[in-house]
Write a protein that binds this ligand. Structure first.
Ligand code: 3SL
Length: 258
């Protein structure tokens, strides 16, 4: 009798474990973010070209923290207070600010020990959106910290949203590609039932053997070409240069403590 009960219990536990796996969903663009309930979830904001890559790299290179702001006017207030500010719109560094958004700008010599304020066309808006929606945890993803992030997220505690920044509300390839890389590695830990995740993983499967070549297709890579921005896109698909995971704590992104 006791044995039957035990087996039954094990079966129930297994089922329970399966049923309580949190969900993973990919938000393909900010334009549809209102369709998802981020409250109490973990949100990974993704802007591969280039905001979340540059922020990861700045923290990796010793920046003390990053203060993401949505509007140029807010960034200007910080600039007047003496902060180092990165300000980009349409791929171009705004005049009068210390940095644009190229990862190559955020070297140890330029960022070590500093608090860097960032405003970018799409990425910083999505960080703010996740905060406004009261996500429990907000992390930044990039190919630079892919494995560290997968390790962190495999300890699935909350529903997970991979929030692609896109370009001015539209879908983009590079963020979806990265979302697909996460989906491919996190399947065992989450319940995945949305078509966005499936599509993202399909894109990743097509691209994974040559990310650099695939990302050349992206409209933003073509924009870089037109703007004479050389080398940024290939750098932004480099894998696992860092273990740093930026996490929003209050108003600042800091290195997540593990
Ligand atoms: O959209 C953004 O937030 C930026 O990453 C765009 S850019 O790569 O700096 O052009």
């Amino acid at each position: 009798m006791a044995k039957i009960k035990l087996n039954h219990q094990v079966a129930l536990d297994k089922k329970h474990t399966r049923m309580t796996k949190p969900s993973l969903q990919v938000i393909l663009t900010p334009a549809i973010a209102h369709l998802y309930d981020m409250k109490g979830s973990c949100v990974v904001v993704v802007d591969i070209l280039r905001a979340t890559t540059s922020m990861c790299f700045a923290l990796h290179n010793g920046a003390k923290s990053i203060i993401p702001v949505q509007e140029v006017e807010e960034a200007e207030v910080y600039r007047l207070k003496g902060f180092a500010v990165a300000a980009e719109r349409n791929g171009i560094q705004l005049e009068g600010f210390a940095f644009g958004n190229s990862p190559f700008s955020f070297t140890p010599a330029h960022v070590k020990g500093k608090e860097i304020v960032f405003t970018t066309t799409n990425g910083t808006k999505c960080i703010q959106k996740a905060k406004d929606e009261r996500a429990e945890k907000i992390l930044l993803g990039s190919f630079l910290n892919l494995d560290a992030l997968i390790e962190e997220l495999s300890n699935a505690q909350w529903p997970l949203f991979i929030f692609c920044a896109g370009w001015k509300e539209k879908f983009n390839l590079e963020d979806t590609l990265f979302a697909g890389a996460l989906v491919a590695s996190l399947r065992d830990y989450y319940t995945i039932e949305d078509d966005s995740s499936e599509a993202a993983e399909d894109i990743y499967k097509i691209a994974k053997d040559n990310l650099e070549q695939y990302v050349q297709k992206a409209s933003h890579s073509k924009r870089f070409d037109r703007l004479g921005i050389v080398g940024d896109a290939p750098f932004c698909v480099k894998l696992n240069l860092t273990r740093v995971i930026p996490e929003l704590v209050g108003d600042r992104l800091i290195v997540k403590k593990t």
